[in-house]
Write a protein that binds this ligand. Sequence first.
Ligand code: XMP
Length: 317
Amino acid sequence: DWTSDVFIDATVAELKEKIGSDKVVMGLSGGVDSSVAATLIHRAIGDQLTCVFVDNGLLRKNEFEEVLHSYKDMGLNVIGVDSKQRFYDALAGISDPEAKRKAIGRVFIEVFDDEAHKIDGVKWLGQGTIYPDVIESVSVKGPSATIKSHHNVGGLPDFMKLSVVEPLNTLFKDEVREVGRALEISETIIGRHPFPGPGLAIRILGDITPEKVQTLQEVDHIFIQGLKNHGLYDQVWQAGAILLPIQSVGVMGDERTYERVVALRAVGSVDGMTADWIHLPYEFLGKMSNEIINRVKGVNRVVYDISSKPPATIEWE
Ligand code: XMP
């Protein structure tokens, strides 16, 4: 029978055996998967593991600072890299979702490679790949139309001659969380909703500017904080806000406004492959709408996404 303790003991032993005295480099995303994978590897080989956490300028509000801090608290040997401007430059003028993913993937690899080169004699690349990522990337590569290229799978460039170590690639999300809890990783990381690698870039429809990112960060922050304050966060598998590429007419005092529209999305799911929109209480949605419109400059309308997957996807891009 599968238990997290048995899994941890077996995996740590396997990692020790496999890695020996080699060095491992690993990118952290702030998410559950990479955090649990890094903690397992760290338990096996200690500071032979160097973690790299990149600020791509597309994270949630305050996320980089907070998460970097908790990684350090966990004893991980982690380097924080501020690469916001590199990502914004690479994304300038790009609206196509796949082109955004490709640009982000490319810059991430460049930044990551720069950091990896600073580690003398590194041999392994640690990854937080979980079982559904493996399945979905296989289906995406199939002969039918490309759905979405998940750049965090198989994104290893040839010039990085590293072997991959993926301790979670047989686990589902709920098992990863169980393992994380058994490893005593803090609940703020374990209970965290999944967040896509390309971050807010695929929640800003149309081209990306730092100003749009900031607007969306404010909206997202109000929504996520609201879910937490109302005891709803843990009932939702994933939530976020989407900045739409349209403006709508509104009225403020006796002024006519013509400002942005945001969509809120909250879904229930087991593994992200299918998802149902969550019936959030009207009162809560009303509160969120008021708060967002009153507090976020440039937004005058909020809508709620009531589409399930399939046929909609969780993300809008
Ligand atoms: P979709 O939109 O395909 O999303 O229903 C399913 C899950 O995958 C996440 N997602 C991504 N994660 N890179 C990622 O790391 C991506 O390009 C990407 N696209 C979607 C999405 O947030 C959801 O959890």
